[in-house]
Design a protein around this ligand. Structure first.
Ligand SMILES: Cc1cc2nc3c(=O)[nH]c(=O)nc-3n(C[C@H](O)[C@H](O)[C@H](O)COP(=O)(O)OP(=O)(O)OC[C@H]3O[C@@H](n4cnc5c(N)ncnc54)[C@H](O)[C@@H]3O)c2cc1C
Length: 463
């Protein structure tokens, strides 16, 4: 066993790799264990929402440079097309085997000791001295421990089942016919069929990702065979059948995953390890926001850690931030499986899909707060972002990552019933006067009036 580290991270998906990079940037000694030895395909629809792409850019990972394709429209289909509309934000898609490797590479370049092909078997201890037992029999100790093992629980640290946990996932890559590829370009399609739903989109030239979810009872009827599952979906949806006509499967077998705890949110942690990504909350896949949540949790945890916030306070804040999107997303996911006829209503209001997409995102409350300001007549048009220091003893706001170099000023706006303080960052041209009756005490490290650069994270604490 080597010397005690500052931090051990279990799992090198988006959450773990992002967190490792951020903590190494704070000067911590970080060791990250990732069970896969090399790049591989992962269970995921591979849709990156705008927030996710921004967080990645802040880490130096540019999805477009890596070859991502743009997705800016959504189509809902059952037997036939029900509704189409533009997404309220542009999304990107790219295979996870590319993105995850790039993130691990960034972690390594930032000084994280990335250990591949080694699983964390067990995590024991308490803050100050954690001990991990590894798959090769070795042990390692650290002052703090972060769990980012995604879909897999560490022994003795199982998540509860979530509120929708009877779905099994399949993922397959297809080469579509040239005509169908052309029809799919720029679209993410959500296809409903009895007992499940699927997402279909291009993830690169000549490659479409079909990620399909099916209830366990429906899976039994298909004798748990991929060919029969696919036939069931295609016979129920003429739309899917036409998309896949003449298509070639690009993997010999699908990737599968069972018992996904959709709707799970870890509302508390004994002042123990920090849980990130899917270990913190599990968003239904149709929202395409799981990776953004994973990255968001990493940025939030890194900010909290830097300021000495406890794991317990971080976990409570993350759970609160995700309450609405996860609950809403899971309720919709349940409706899609059990009462798919409800989706027919979207024929009448296709634009509602854009609204749904906004409400199932993090940090979607920015949108709400911005609307709130506008209602109050407080101009917000030139804002680069809004900070929220929530009503908690000591907690962090979501980190904002500025897209371009700009000078920023932080202005306290006002106390609201839900938030102790709201700070607006406006660009340097505008100089909103502080109108708050109860100005927040800003943490000494705040950047009031200072210049911000791409990727800068600003954190305000209510202390
Ligand atoms: C069917 C389906 C479709 C989805 N589609 C989308 C989508 O289109 N867009 C989107 O944003 N999200 C999507 N998601 C959700 C998204 O995949 C997850 O939310 C996201 O991957 C979570 O990131 P993470 O870092 O927490 O975990 P993961 O990405 O699961 O990464 C965890 C890492 O930990 C490693 N690991 C596991 N156990 C151990 C261990 N004991 N020791 C060491 N390493 C370990 C794993 O190998 C893995 O690399 C989808 C999910 C499903 C099931």
């Amino acid at each position: 066993m080597s010397a005690m580290l500052d931090v051990i991270v279990a799992g090198g998906g988006p959450a773990g790799a992002a967190l490792g990079t951020l903590l190494a940037g704070q000067g911590r000694t970080v060791m990250l264990f990732e069970k896969t030895a090399a790049a591989q395909d992962k269970m995921c629809g591979e849709f990156f929402s705008e927030e996710g792409a921004r967080y990645l850019a802040a880490l130096g990972v540019d999805l477009r440079v890596l070859g991502a394709v743009t997705i800016d429209r959504v189509r809902l289909a059952a037997r036939d097309v029900l509704a189409e509309c533009a997404l309220p934000f542009p999304g990107l898609s790219l295979p996870r085997r590319i993105v995850d490797e790039c993130l691990l590479q960034r972690a390594s370049e930032s000084g994280v000791a990335v250990v591949r092909g080694t699983s964390v078997e067990q995590l024991t201890g308490a803050p100050g001295e954690w001990r991990v037992r590894l798959s090769d029999g070795a042990e390692q100790t650290s002052k703090d421990a972060f769990v980012a093992t995604g879909k897999y629980d560490l022994r003795g640290r199982k998540r509860n089942g979530g509120s929708q946990n009877d779905l099994v996932a399949f993922k397959m890559y297809f080469r579509l016919s040239a005509e169908q590829e052309q029809h799919l370009r720029g679209w993410v399609e959500l296809i409903l069929f009895p007992g499940g739903y699927a997402g279909l989109q291009l993830v690169g030239e000549g490659c479409a990702n079909l990620s399909l979810l099916l209830t366990k009872s429906e899976l039994k009827r298909s004798a748990a065979e991929w060919d029969r599952v696919l036939t069931h979906a295609m016979t129920s949806s003429a739309h899917l059948a036409s998309r896949l006509a003449g298509a070639t499967q690009l993997r010999s077998r699908p990737i599968t995953l069972s018992s996904i705890p959709y709707g799970y949110r870890r509302t508390a942690t004994e002042d123990g390890p920090w849980y990130l990504g899917d270990q913190g909350a599990v968003m239904p896949s149709f929202t395409g926001d799981g990776m953004s949540i994973a990255l968001h949790s990493a940025f939030l945890a890194a900010d909290a850690y830097r300021h000495g916030v406890t794991a317990r306070a971080y976990q409570a804040l993350l759970a609160r931030q995700l309450k609405r999107p996860v609950r809403f997303g899971t309720a919709l996911s349940r409706c899609m499986v059990s009462i798919p006829a409800l989706a027919q209503a979207l024929r009448l209001y296709p634009g509602a899909m854009a609204w749904i997409a906004s409400w199932t995102r993090v940090p979607s409350h920015f949108v709400k707060i911005r609307a709130f300001f506008l209602l109050l007549g407080i101009p917000g048009g030139a804002c680069s972002g809004v900070f929220i220091a929530e009503n908690a003893h000591r907690c962090t706001s979501p980190a904002i990552h500025l897209q371009e170099k700009c000078s920023v000023t932080v202005n306290v706006l006002r106390r609201t019933p839900h938030f102790t303080a709201v700070q607006e960052i406006s660009d340097g041209d505008r100089n909103d006067s502080a109108t708050g009756k109860n100005p927040a005490t800003l943490h000494p490290t705040d950047r009031r009036g200072q210049e911000g650069f791409a990727g800068d994270a600003f954190t305000c604490f209510d202390v």
